[in-house]
Design a protein around this ligand. Structure first.
Ligand code: ADP
Ligand code: ADP
Length: 225
């Protein structure tokens, strides 16, 4: 069974159609990157899966269950946006643990998870550091740890490395791929950067004008810049 299955999903903003009958299946542990020009529907696709935008038609299933009417916090999906907005008044640990209380994770377990995630993202022992003192790359690692903390069955990333310079971006993409492999996380990531997508993805999906124009392995979908 697919972890995620979209069939015939349509979505619009007023009269503007953002998604036309999109079909997508993702297996557990797969990393899929969505590429496509600005306005092609990439963010809307994530929003529909997350439950932030209701589709006009079609179905979204997670683990086989229709998600119609299921609110975002009950879908078991994690989200990380480009402008990841860490909470400036909380320290690194407080940012990562934020949200675990809502999931009724006990304090001792929350602290254990925070420590483990900081190791995984390459910031061991950073719990008490103020987020204001972090570099851009460190902030993105903290935002990623925060998205992973509730152990989402599906992690969705919208331009996760968009704020970083090219070198750091490609280096982090390779590290992330290894991290997701190790954790067995299923990832749906949006990017407009082909290099980043190819460093991260098992499979690439190209969107054009609200439709899936192409899907395949990074090599199959390779387009010359
Ligand atoms: P992408 O993420 O690929 O840039 P989006 O999903 O953001 O694409 O947008 C798809 C289409 O929906 C575009 O035509 C865009 O202008 C439109 N759109 C996106 N968000 C809104 C909104 N909040 N209100 C109106 N139109 C929107
Ligand atoms: P609240 O906003 O209700 O004060 P927090 O988000 O501060 O809740 O805390 C949620 C959970 O995360 C608590 O169980 C707490 O023990 C844990 N936690 C808070 N800050 C940290 C931190 N810096 N490092 C590790 N765990 C933390």
């Amino acid at each position: 069974m697919s972890l995620l299955e979209l069939s015939g999903v349509r979505a619009s903003y007023g009269r503007r159609t953002a998604l036309h009958a999109v079909d997508l299946r993702m297996a557990a542990h797969e990393t899929v990157c969505v590429l496509g020009p600005s306005g092609s529907g990439k963010s809307t696709l994530l929003r529909v899966v997350a439950g932030l935008t209701a589709p006009d038609g079609g179905t979204v299933r997670l683990d086989g269950r229709d998600q119609a009417g299921v609110p975002p916090h009950r879908r078991g999906v994690g989200l990380m946006f480009q402008d990841h907005q860490l909470f400036p008044q909380r320290d690194v640990g407080g940012n990562i643990a934020f949200g675990l209380r809502m999931h009724r994770v006990p304090a001792a377990e929350a602290e254990r998870r925070v420590a483990e995630l900081l190791e995984l993202v390459g910031l061991p022992g950073a719990q008490r550091r103020p987020v204001s003192g972090l570099s851009g790359g460190e902030q993105q690692r903290v935002a990623l740890a925060r998205a992973l903390a509730p152990r989402p069955r599906l992690l969705m990333l919208d331009e996760p490395l968009g704020q970083l310079d090219r070198d750091l971006r490609e280096r982090l993409a390779v590290e992330l791929r290894q991290l997701f492999r190790r954790l067995g996380t299923t990832v749906l990531a949006v990017t407009h950067d082909q290099g980043e997508a190819f460093a991260l993805a098992d499979r690439v999906l190209v969107m054009r004008e609200g439709r899936v124009a192409q899907t395949g392995s990074p090599l199959e979908v390779w387009q010359r810049p």
